[in-house]
Design a protein around this ligand. Structure first.
Ligand SMILES: Cc1cc2nc3c(=O)[nH]c(=O)nc-3n(C[C@H](O)[C@H](O)[C@H](O)COP(=O)(O)OP(=O)(O)OC[C@H]3O[C@@H](n4cnc5c(N)ncnc54)[C@H](O)[C@@H]3O)c2cc1C
Length: 446
Protein backbone atom coordinates (compact mmCIF):
# COMPACT_ATOMS: atom_id res chain seq x y z
CA UNK A 1 0.00 0.00 0.00
CA UNK A 2 1.37 3.40 -0.90
CA UNK A 3 0.17 6.79 0.25
CA UNK A 4 1.23 10.33 -0.41
CA UNK A 5 1.18 11.17 3.28
CA UNK A 6 1.00 8.95 6.35
CA UNK A 7 0.20 10.75 9.61
CA UNK A 8 0.91 8.98 12.91
CA UNK A 9 -1.38 10.00 15.78
CA UNK A 10 -4.91 11.45 15.77
CA UNK A 11 -4.32 14.09 18.43
CA UNK A 12 -4.73 17.81 17.61
CA UNK A 13 -1.35 17.89 15.80
CA UNK A 14 -2.22 14.96 13.51
CA UNK A 15 -5.82 16.11 12.99
CA UNK A 16 -4.76 19.63 11.96
CA UNK A 17 -2.06 18.25 9.65
CA UNK A 18 -4.77 16.12 7.99
CA UNK A 19 -7.34 18.95 7.84
CA UNK A 20 -4.82 21.35 6.27
CA UNK A 21 -3.59 18.81 3.69
CA UNK A 22 -7.15 17.91 2.75
CA UNK A 23 -8.14 21.60 2.51
CA UNK A 24 -5.14 22.20 0.25
CA UNK A 25 -6.38 19.44 -2.07
CA UNK A 26 -3.78 16.76 -1.30
CA UNK A 27 -5.11 13.21 -1.81
CA UNK A 28 -3.76 9.84 -0.65
CA UNK A 29 -3.61 10.64 3.07
CA UNK A 30 -3.67 7.90 5.71
CA UNK A 31 -4.07 8.77 9.39
CA UNK A 32 -2.94 5.97 11.74
CA UNK A 33 -3.96 5.99 15.41
CA UNK A 34 -3.07 3.30 17.94
CA UNK A 35 -6.06 4.04 20.20
CA UNK A 36 -9.78 3.68 19.61
CA UNK A 37 -12.08 5.75 17.43
CA UNK A 38 -13.93 8.58 19.21
CA UNK A 39 -17.24 6.70 19.50
CA UNK A 40 -15.43 3.80 21.23
CA UNK A 41 -13.53 5.99 23.68
CA UNK A 42 -15.15 5.90 27.09
CA UNK A 43 -12.26 7.38 29.07
CA UNK A 44 -12.76 4.78 31.77
CA UNK A 45 -9.21 3.51 31.84
CA UNK A 46 -6.31 5.94 32.03
CA UNK A 47 -4.64 4.77 28.75
CA UNK A 48 -7.89 5.35 26.84
CA UNK A 49 -7.97 8.92 28.15
CA UNK A 50 -4.73 9.75 26.33
CA UNK A 51 -4.96 7.59 23.18
CA UNK A 52 -7.49 7.43 20.36
CA UNK A 53 -9.24 9.92 18.08
CA UNK A 54 -8.59 13.36 19.59
CA UNK A 55 -5.44 12.19 21.44
CA UNK A 56 -4.82 13.55 24.93
CA UNK A 57 -7.11 16.45 23.97
CA UNK A 58 -10.28 14.35 23.91
CA UNK A 59 -10.74 14.28 27.67
CA UNK A 60 -8.83 17.46 28.32
CA UNK A 61 -10.26 20.61 29.72
CA UNK A 62 -10.05 22.16 26.27
CA UNK A 63 -8.48 25.46 27.21
CA UNK A 64 -7.21 27.04 24.02
CA UNK A 65 -4.43 29.38 25.11
CA UNK A 66 -3.93 32.26 22.72
CA UNK A 67 -0.60 33.48 24.06
CA UNK A 68 2.58 32.75 22.10
CA UNK A 69 4.34 32.32 25.48
CA UNK A 70 2.20 29.40 26.61
CA UNK A 71 1.65 25.87 25.36
CA UNK A 72 4.81 25.21 23.43
CA UNK A 73 8.03 26.41 21.89
CA UNK A 74 6.85 27.37 18.41
CA UNK A 75 8.19 30.87 18.98
CA UNK A 76 11.66 29.30 18.63
CA UNK A 77 10.75 28.43 15.04
CA UNK A 78 8.65 31.26 13.68
CA UNK A 79 8.33 34.99 14.26
CA UNK A 80 6.13 36.04 17.16
CA UNK A 81 3.71 38.02 14.97
CA UNK A 82 3.30 35.11 12.51
CA UNK A 83 2.73 32.69 15.39
CA UNK A 84 0.22 35.08 16.94
CA UNK A 85 -1.72 35.17 13.67
CA UNK A 86 -1.59 31.38 13.29
CA UNK A 87 -2.84 30.84 16.85
CA UNK A 88 -5.69 33.22 16.17
CA UNK A 89 -6.75 31.57 12.90
CA UNK A 90 -6.43 28.07 14.40
CA UNK A 91 -8.56 29.12 17.36
CA UNK A 92 -11.17 30.35 14.87
CA UNK A 93 -11.22 26.87 13.27
CA UNK A 94 -12.01 25.39 16.71
CA UNK A 95 -14.76 28.00 17.14
CA UNK A 96 -16.16 27.14 13.70
CA UNK A 97 -16.30 23.50 14.81
CA UNK A 98 -18.33 24.26 17.91
CA UNK A 99 -15.98 25.70 20.58
CA UNK A 100 -17.88 28.25 22.74
CA UNK A 101 -17.68 31.95 21.79
CA UNK A 102 -16.42 33.48 25.05
CA UNK A 103 -12.75 34.38 25.42
CA UNK A 104 -11.43 35.00 28.96
CA UNK A 105 -8.72 37.51 29.87
CA UNK A 106 -9.76 40.31 27.50
CA UNK A 107 -10.43 42.89 30.19
CA UNK A 108 -6.94 44.40 30.34
CA UNK A 109 -7.73 46.75 33.24
CA UNK A 110 -8.68 43.85 35.51
CA UNK A 111 -5.74 41.78 34.29
CA UNK A 112 -3.31 44.64 35.04
CA UNK A 113 -4.79 45.03 38.51
CA UNK A 114 -4.29 41.34 39.23
CA UNK A 115 -0.74 41.49 37.83
CA UNK A 116 0.07 44.34 40.26
CA UNK A 117 -1.29 42.41 43.22
CA UNK A 118 0.63 39.32 42.11
CA UNK A 119 3.88 41.32 42.02
CA UNK A 120 3.32 42.45 45.61
CA UNK A 121 2.94 38.81 46.61
CA UNK A 122 6.20 37.81 44.88
CA UNK A 123 4.49 36.30 41.87
CA UNK A 124 4.61 37.06 38.17
CA UNK A 125 1.31 36.85 36.32
CA UNK A 126 1.66 35.80 32.66
CA UNK A 127 -1.23 37.45 30.79
CA UNK A 128 -3.09 34.95 28.71
CA UNK A 129 -6.29 34.93 26.65
CA UNK A 130 -8.22 31.68 26.81
CA UNK A 131 -11.13 30.09 25.00
CA UNK A 132 -12.55 27.32 27.18
CA UNK A 133 -14.08 24.41 25.26
CA UNK A 134 -14.75 22.33 28.39
CA UNK A 135 -14.34 18.56 28.70
CA UNK A 136 -17.98 17.98 27.85
CA UNK A 137 -17.78 20.03 24.60
CA UNK A 138 -14.41 18.61 23.48
CA UNK A 139 -16.10 15.47 22.24
CA UNK A 140 -18.51 17.24 19.91
CA UNK A 141 -15.74 19.48 18.52
CA UNK A 142 -13.62 16.38 17.83
CA UNK A 143 -16.63 14.64 16.30
CA UNK A 144 -17.00 17.54 13.86
CA UNK A 145 -13.30 17.31 12.88
CA UNK A 146 -13.79 13.56 12.36
CA UNK A 147 -16.83 14.15 10.11
CA UNK A 148 -15.08 16.82 8.11
CA UNK A 149 -12.20 14.42 7.37
CA UNK A 150 -14.13 11.15 6.94
CA UNK A 151 -14.71 11.47 3.19
CA UNK A 152 -11.40 13.10 2.36
CA UNK A 153 -8.77 10.91 3.99
CA UNK A 154 -8.37 7.31 5.14
CA UNK A 155 -8.51 6.88 8.91
CA UNK A 156 -7.30 3.71 10.60
CA UNK A 157 -7.70 3.50 14.36
CA UNK A 158 -6.30 0.71 16.58
CA UNK A 159 -3.30 0.76 14.21
CA UNK A 160 -0.08 1.13 16.12
CA UNK A 161 3.02 2.14 14.19
CA UNK A 162 5.98 0.07 15.30
CA UNK A 163 8.71 1.62 13.23
CA UNK A 164 9.56 4.42 10.84
CA UNK A 165 11.31 3.14 7.72
CA UNK A 166 13.96 5.29 6.07
CA UNK A 167 16.57 4.66 3.43
CA UNK A 168 19.51 6.82 2.37
CA UNK A 169 18.34 9.70 4.55
CA UNK A 170 14.80 9.69 3.16
CA UNK A 171 11.57 8.39 4.68
CA UNK A 172 10.03 5.40 2.88
CA UNK A 173 7.05 4.58 5.06
CA UNK A 174 6.10 2.86 8.30
CA UNK A 175 5.78 -0.64 9.71
CA UNK A 176 2.76 -1.40 11.86
CA UNK A 177 2.79 -3.48 15.04
CA UNK A 178 0.90 -6.21 13.12
CA UNK A 179 3.89 -6.47 10.76
CA UNK A 180 2.23 -4.73 7.79
CA UNK A 181 4.40 -2.21 5.91
CA UNK A 182 2.98 0.94 4.35
CA UNK A 183 4.87 3.06 1.84
CA UNK A 184 4.61 6.87 1.92
CA UNK A 185 6.20 9.87 0.19
CA UNK A 186 5.82 11.87 3.39
CA UNK A 187 5.41 10.80 7.01
CA UNK A 188 4.22 13.13 9.74
CA UNK A 189 4.92 11.78 13.25
CA UNK A 190 2.52 13.26 15.83
CA UNK A 191 2.57 10.68 18.64
CA UNK A 192 1.95 13.03 21.58
CA UNK A 193 3.25 12.64 25.11
CA UNK A 194 1.95 9.07 25.34
CA UNK A 195 4.17 8.24 22.36
CA UNK A 196 7.21 10.14 23.64
CA UNK A 197 9.19 7.01 24.45
CA UNK A 198 8.36 5.51 21.06
CA UNK A 199 9.46 8.74 19.37
CA UNK A 200 12.72 8.74 21.33
CA UNK A 201 13.47 5.16 20.20
CA UNK A 202 12.72 6.06 16.56
CA UNK A 203 14.94 9.13 16.79
CA UNK A 204 17.78 7.01 18.18
CA UNK A 205 17.50 4.39 15.45
CA UNK A 206 17.24 6.99 12.66
CA UNK A 207 20.06 9.10 14.10
CA UNK A 208 17.86 12.17 14.68
CA UNK A 209 19.39 14.67 17.08
CA UNK A 210 17.31 15.24 20.21
CA UNK A 211 17.63 17.44 23.22
CA UNK A 212 16.36 16.62 26.70
CA UNK A 213 14.03 19.32 28.00
CA UNK A 214 12.73 19.69 31.55
CA UNK A 215 10.41 17.65 33.68
CA UNK A 216 7.77 19.41 35.75
CA UNK A 217 6.93 17.64 39.00
CA UNK A 218 4.44 18.70 41.63
CA UNK A 219 0.99 18.38 43.12
CA UNK A 220 -2.59 19.10 42.16
CA UNK A 221 -4.09 21.53 44.64
CA UNK A 222 -7.83 21.45 45.38
CA UNK A 223 -9.72 24.05 47.37
CA UNK A 224 -13.17 25.64 47.61
CA UNK A 225 -13.90 27.57 44.40
CA UNK A 226 -14.65 30.92 46.18
CA UNK A 227 -10.96 31.13 47.22
CA UNK A 228 -9.92 31.72 43.62
CA UNK A 229 -13.21 33.09 42.28
CA UNK A 230 -11.94 36.61 41.65
CA UNK A 231 -9.02 35.31 39.60
CA UNK A 232 -10.90 32.60 37.72
CA UNK A 233 -13.79 34.96 36.88
CA UNK A 234 -11.34 37.46 35.40
CA UNK A 235 -8.85 35.32 33.54
CA UNK A 236 -10.21 31.80 33.97
CA UNK A 237 -6.76 30.36 34.50
CA UNK A 238 -3.87 32.19 36.07
CA UNK A 239 -0.34 31.42 34.99
CA UNK A 240 1.61 32.53 38.05
CA UNK A 241 5.35 32.11 38.39
CA UNK A 242 7.31 32.24 41.63
CA UNK A 243 11.00 31.80 42.42
CA UNK A 244 11.07 29.86 45.67
CA UNK A 245 12.77 31.45 48.68
CA UNK A 246 15.02 28.57 49.69
CA UNK A 247 16.08 27.09 46.34
CA UNK A 248 15.38 30.07 44.07
CA UNK A 249 13.67 27.52 41.87
CA UNK A 250 11.04 28.27 39.23
CA UNK A 251 7.64 27.15 40.49
CA UNK A 252 4.45 27.79 38.55
CA UNK A 253 0.73 27.25 38.60
CA UNK A 254 -0.63 25.25 35.73
CA UNK A 255 -3.95 24.05 34.33
CA UNK A 256 -6.44 25.79 36.62
CA UNK A 257 -9.91 24.24 36.59
CA UNK A 258 -12.58 26.43 38.15
CA UNK A 259 -15.43 24.35 39.60
CA UNK A 260 -13.65 21.32 38.19
CA UNK A 261 -12.67 17.80 39.08
CA UNK A 262 -9.41 16.08 39.94
CA UNK A 263 -8.77 12.99 37.79
CA UNK A 264 -6.12 10.31 37.38
CA UNK A 265 -4.26 9.43 34.21
CA UNK A 266 -1.91 6.65 33.24
CA UNK A 267 1.47 7.21 31.71
CA UNK A 268 3.38 4.09 30.71
CA UNK A 269 2.00 2.09 33.62
CA UNK A 270 2.25 4.91 36.19
CA UNK A 271 -0.84 6.56 37.69
CA UNK A 272 -0.54 10.32 37.98
CA UNK A 273 -2.99 13.10 38.76
CA UNK A 274 -4.53 15.80 36.58
CA UNK A 275 -7.64 17.95 36.51
CA UNK A 276 -10.37 19.20 34.25
CA UNK A 277 -13.56 21.21 34.28
CA UNK A 278 -16.75 21.06 32.31
CA UNK A 279 -18.41 23.92 30.47
CA UNK A 280 -21.81 23.05 31.99
CA UNK A 281 -21.36 20.72 35.00
CA UNK A 282 -19.86 22.33 38.13
CA UNK A 283 -18.38 21.08 41.40
CA UNK A 284 -17.79 23.25 44.51
CA UNK A 285 -14.02 23.16 44.08
CA UNK A 286 -11.29 24.65 41.93
CA UNK A 287 -8.12 22.70 41.23
CA UNK A 288 -4.78 23.61 39.73
CA UNK A 289 -1.26 22.21 39.59
CA UNK A 290 1.85 23.58 41.27
CA UNK A 291 4.83 22.41 39.29
CA UNK A 292 8.56 22.63 39.90
CA UNK A 293 10.71 22.52 36.76
CA UNK A 294 13.85 20.40 36.89
CA UNK A 295 16.54 20.38 34.23
CA UNK A 296 19.49 17.99 34.25
CA UNK A 297 22.78 18.35 32.43
CA UNK A 298 25.37 15.60 32.78
CA UNK A 299 26.05 12.79 33.44
CA UNK A 300 22.28 12.35 33.92
CA UNK A 301 20.01 13.78 31.23
CA UNK A 302 16.84 11.69 31.42
CA UNK A 303 14.17 13.94 32.99
CA UNK A 304 11.40 11.57 31.85
CA UNK A 305 12.90 8.69 33.88
CA UNK A 306 13.33 11.01 36.88
CA UNK A 307 9.67 12.09 36.79
CA UNK A 308 8.56 8.47 36.31
CA UNK A 309 10.49 7.29 39.33
CA UNK A 310 9.00 9.95 41.62
CA UNK A 311 5.48 9.15 40.42
CA UNK A 312 6.25 5.44 40.78
CA UNK A 313 7.15 6.05 44.43
CA UNK A 314 3.70 7.54 45.07
CA UNK A 315 2.17 4.50 43.34
CA UNK A 316 4.30 2.19 45.48
CA UNK A 317 3.24 3.82 48.74
CA UNK A 318 -0.33 4.71 47.88
CA UNK A 319 -1.22 2.15 45.20
CA UNK A 320 -1.92 5.12 42.92
CA UNK A 321 -2.40 8.79 43.67
CA UNK A 322 -1.91 10.06 47.25
CA UNK A 323 -4.03 12.84 48.79
CA UNK A 324 -2.98 14.85 51.85
CA UNK A 325 -4.42 17.81 53.72
CA UNK A 326 -2.00 20.73 53.91
CA UNK A 327 -2.48 20.69 57.71
CA UNK A 328 -1.18 17.10 57.88
CA UNK A 329 1.75 17.77 55.59
CA UNK A 330 2.83 20.75 57.69
CA UNK A 331 2.38 18.77 60.93
CA UNK A 332 4.58 15.95 59.61
CA UNK A 333 1.89 13.28 59.71
CA UNK A 334 -0.03 11.31 57.11
CA UNK A 335 -3.61 12.01 56.21
CA UNK A 336 -6.00 9.23 57.07
CA UNK A 337 -9.47 8.54 55.67
CA UNK A 338 -10.92 9.97 58.87
CA UNK A 339 -8.91 13.21 58.59
CA UNK A 340 -9.91 13.61 54.94
CA UNK A 341 -13.55 13.04 55.90
CA UNK A 342 -13.25 15.90 58.42
CA UNK A 343 -11.68 18.20 55.83
CA UNK A 344 -13.76 21.22 54.79
CA UNK A 345 -12.61 20.75 51.17
CA UNK A 346 -14.42 17.67 49.93
CA UNK A 347 -12.18 15.76 47.49
CA UNK A 348 -13.57 15.35 43.97
CA UNK A 349 -11.26 12.38 43.29
CA UNK A 350 -12.59 9.48 45.33
CA UNK A 351 -9.92 6.87 44.63
CA UNK A 352 -6.87 8.75 45.93
CA UNK A 353 -5.22 7.16 48.98
CA UNK A 354 -4.86 9.38 52.07
CA UNK A 355 -1.13 9.38 52.83
CA UNK A 356 2.03 11.39 53.28
CA UNK A 357 3.55 13.19 50.31
CA UNK A 358 6.75 13.88 52.25
CA UNK A 359 7.66 10.22 51.66
CA UNK A 360 7.48 10.87 47.94
CA UNK A 361 8.92 14.26 47.04
CA UNK A 362 12.55 15.30 47.28
CA UNK A 363 13.07 18.05 49.89
CA UNK A 364 13.64 20.77 47.29
CA UNK A 365 10.37 20.00 45.50
CA UNK A 366 8.32 19.80 48.68
CA UNK A 367 9.72 23.01 50.11
CA UNK A 368 9.29 24.89 46.83
CA UNK A 369 5.64 23.74 46.67
CA UNK A 370 4.99 24.91 50.25
CA UNK A 371 6.67 28.28 49.58
CA UNK A 372 4.57 28.69 46.42
CA UNK A 373 1.38 28.04 48.44
CA UNK A 374 2.52 30.72 50.93
CA UNK A 375 3.10 33.20 48.10
CA UNK A 376 -0.32 32.42 46.58
CA UNK A 377 -1.92 33.22 49.94
CA UNK A 378 -0.84 36.83 49.26
CA UNK A 379 -3.02 37.10 46.15
CA UNK A 380 -5.83 34.69 47.13
CA UNK A 381 -6.36 34.34 50.90
CA UNK A 382 -7.41 30.80 51.73
CA UNK A 383 -4.94 28.98 49.48
CA UNK A 384 -2.61 28.28 52.40
CA UNK A 385 -5.43 26.84 54.48
CA UNK A 386 -5.24 23.72 56.67
CA UNK A 387 -8.07 22.36 54.52
CA UNK A 388 -6.32 22.69 51.18
CA UNK A 389 -5.91 19.27 49.57
CA UNK A 390 -2.73 18.21 47.79
CA UNK A 391 -2.73 15.28 45.38
CA UNK A 392 0.49 13.73 44.14
CA UNK A 393 2.11 13.14 41.93
CA UNK A 394 1.41 15.40 38.98
CA UNK A 395 4.15 15.11 36.37
CA UNK A 396 4.45 16.80 33.02
CA UNK A 397 6.71 14.73 30.84
CA UNK A 398 7.93 16.85 28.01
CA UNK A 399 9.27 14.75 25.23
CA UNK A 400 12.83 15.17 24.13
CA UNK A 401 12.92 17.95 21.55
CA UNK A 402 13.56 16.52 18.07
CA UNK A 403 15.75 18.69 15.88
CA UNK A 404 13.41 20.03 13.17
CA UNK A 405 13.42 22.90 10.68
CA UNK A 406 10.96 25.79 10.84
CA UNK A 407 8.76 23.63 8.57
CA UNK A 408 8.87 20.85 11.21
CA UNK A 409 10.96 18.58 8.95
CA UNK A 410 13.64 16.35 10.49
CA UNK A 411 17.03 15.68 8.89
CA UNK A 412 15.46 12.56 7.34
CA UNK A 413 13.98 13.92 4.11
CA UNK A 414 10.15 14.11 4.06
CA UNK A 415 9.86 13.00 7.69
CA UNK A 416 8.11 15.63 9.82
CA UNK A 417 7.83 15.54 13.61
CA UNK A 418 5.19 17.68 15.30
CA UNK A 419 3.20 18.26 18.47
CA UNK A 420 3.91 17.23 22.05
CA UNK A 421 5.59 13.95 21.05
CA UNK A 422 8.33 15.82 19.20
CA UNK A 423 8.89 18.01 22.27
CA UNK A 424 7.85 21.09 20.30
CA UNK A 425 4.49 21.84 21.88
CA UNK A 426 2.70 21.43 25.22
CA UNK A 427 -0.87 22.43 24.49
CA UNK A 428 -3.82 21.98 22.14
CA UNK A 429 -3.48 25.16 20.11
CA UNK A 430 0.27 25.08 19.50
CA UNK A 431 0.08 21.32 18.73
CA UNK A 432 -2.60 22.12 16.13
CA UNK A 433 -0.47 24.92 14.65
CA UNK A 434 2.54 22.59 14.35
CA UNK A 435 0.34 20.30 12.25
CA UNK A 436 -0.61 23.20 9.99
CA UNK A 437 3.07 24.17 9.51
CA UNK A 438 4.07 20.63 8.47
CA UNK A 439 1.03 20.24 6.18
CA UNK A 440 1.66 23.53 4.39
CA UNK A 441 5.31 22.56 3.77
CA UNK A 442 4.26 19.17 2.39
CA UNK A 443 1.52 20.65 0.18
CA UNK A 444 4.05 23.10 -1.28
CA UNK A 445 6.12 20.19 -2.54
CA UNK A 446 3.34 18.56 -4.55
C1 LIG B 1 -5.95 15.68 31.27
C2 LIG B 1 -5.32 16.64 30.30
C3 LIG B 1 -5.79 17.94 30.23
C4 LIG B 1 -5.23 18.85 29.32
N1 LIG B 1 -5.77 20.08 29.23
C5 LIG B 1 -5.30 20.92 28.30
C6 LIG B 1 -5.89 22.19 28.12
O1 LIG B 1 -6.85 22.54 28.79
N2 LIG B 1 -5.36 23.03 27.19
C7 LIG B 1 -4.30 22.67 26.42
O2 LIG B 1 -3.87 23.48 25.58
N3 LIG B 1 -3.74 21.46 26.55
C8 LIG B 1 -4.21 20.58 27.46
N4 LIG B 1 -3.64 19.36 27.58
C9 LIG B 1 -2.52 19.02 26.70
C10 LIG B 1 -3.02 18.66 25.30
O3 LIG B 1 -3.99 17.65 25.40
C11 LIG B 1 -1.84 18.23 24.47
O4 LIG B 1 -0.91 19.28 24.42
C12 LIG B 1 -2.25 17.91 23.03
O5 LIG B 1 -3.24 16.90 23.02
C13 LIG B 1 -1.04 17.46 22.22
O6 LIG B 1 -1.44 17.11 20.94
P1 LIG B 1 -0.63 16.03 20.07
O7 LIG B 1 -1.44 15.81 18.85
O8 LIG B 1 0.77 16.46 19.94
O9 LIG B 1 -0.59 14.70 20.96
P2 LIG B 1 -1.75 13.81 21.58
O10 LIG B 1 -2.98 14.59 21.77
O11 LIG B 1 -1.15 13.13 22.75
O12 LIG B 1 -2.06 12.73 20.45
C14 LIG B 1 -1.12 11.80 20.03
C15 LIG B 1 -1.82 10.56 19.52
O13 LIG B 1 -0.84 9.72 18.89
C16 LIG B 1 -1.15 8.37 19.17
N5 LIG B 1 0.06 7.57 19.03
C17 LIG B 1 1.18 7.62 19.81
N6 LIG B 1 2.11 6.75 19.38
C18 LIG B 1 1.55 6.11 18.32
C19 LIG B 1 2.01 5.07 17.47
N7 LIG B 1 3.21 4.52 17.61
N8 LIG B 1 1.18 4.64 16.48
C20 LIG B 1 -0.06 5.18 16.30
N9 LIG B 1 -0.55 6.16 17.11
C21 LIG B 1 0.25 6.63 18.09
C22 LIG B 1 -1.68 8.42 20.59
O14 LIG B 1 -2.48 7.27 20.84
C23 LIG B 1 -2.46 9.73 20.62
O15 LIG B 1 -3.82 9.53 20.35
C24 LIG B 1 -4.17 18.44 28.48
C25 LIG B 1 -3.67 17.14 28.56
C26 LIG B 1 -4.24 16.25 29.46
C27 LIG B 1 -3.69 14.84 29.51
Amino acid sequence: MNYNVVIIGAGPAGIFAALTLADLGISGILLLEQGKDLSQRKGQNPADRLCGWGGAGAFSDGKLTLSTEVGGALKDFIEDSVLHQLLKSTDEIYAAHGAPDRIFGENWVQVEELADRARLAGLELIPNRIRHIGTDNCRSVLERFRKSLAERIEISTESEVEELIADHGRIQGVRLANGRSIGAKFVVAAPGRSGARWMKRQAESLGLKTRATSVDIGVRVELPAPVLKEITDTIYESKLVHYSKTFDEKVRTFCMNPYGEVVTEENNGIITVNGHSYAEKRTDNTNFAILVSSVFTEPFDDPIAYGHDIARLANLIGGGVIVQRLADLLAGRRSTRERIDRCLTKPTLSDATPGDLSFVFPYRHLLSIIEMLQALEGIAPGVYSRHTLLYGVEVKFYSNRIDVSSEMETVIGNLFAIGDGAGITRGLLQASVSGILAARAIANRF
